[in-house]
Design a protein around this ligand. Sequence first.
Ligand SMILES: [Zn+2]
Length: 337
Amino acid sequence: MRLRPFALTMALVIAAGCPGASAQVFDTGKEAFERHLAKAIEGVPAAQQGRIRDLCMGPPDPYTRAPGTRVPDEPEDLAADRVPPMKVFDNLYFVGDRSMSVWALTTSQGIILFDATLGELVEDRVVQGLPAVGLDPKDIKYVLVSHGHDDHYGGSKLLQERFGARVVMGAADWAMTPDPEVKGFREPLPKPDLYAGDMTLTLGDASVTIMATPGHTPGTLSFLFSVFDKGARHTVAFWGGGFPHESVAAMRAFAISAERFAPAVAKAGADVVISNHPNNDESLPKMKALAARATGGPHPFVLGPDQVARRQVVLSECARAYVAAGGRKGMPALGIR
Ligand SMILES: [Zn+2]
């Protein structure tokens, strides 16, 4: 059994003992909600403020389900969701689709794949998609799974079995139990290769800084790594999972994680954001703009360090606003929306 536990960092334990611990007291009530919301939308153009408010408050109740509740299958159209694979940076390729992102980071010793989409899609998106951009799926050495929902880990089992890729997932997410009845947990897990916490994964000439950022799931991972645009270095911040609107407790963990990742993002000078769903990083319009980029024009994925830092603020302040309101259930009592 290829089991290699790495130095496992219990993010919450460390957070509780760090000098900034006083900032992790969560304030509650309507005034606190409004104050955190105001920080989340500060400086955001008026036209986009509503979207951020929605992001903070979460979907309306009918869409919020208790964990473990069965959700019927959504119709899937494999062909209609297809997106042509694309080289986005000198060493980073998009091989996902309209709803799930898969990113391939090339190194001098093979490919690090970020996420592996669903088992039923991995053949079409990844195994067929990599050759379309001149890459060989046999070169996948690692699959880094951003979090343990099956739209991210589902395809990793095939990549492990067929190509010998080693699957890296957050320690806590390996512990989940797949259940064919429950959306998000339906697909069988691969064999555990690496239990990740805070660590650096190096392959050839590339290193990925991995940080445990529990919240979306207990084992969610976020990443920092370098990419190159015609030789010019940029740094990517990749946040591993969206707001957990189903749970105030999870949202607290999410806020703490966002506040732990932010200084690492700033220190690295991250100026690019990518995500595990195209809707979160606007990768589809950006790839369209990239394809049409004039020689010497700006790279659409390069936002600059200020905007990347700003996104971290939205993550933590939105989460704090949600916690302050007591989640969707607490909002009516406070007269929120
Ligand atoms: Zn998820």
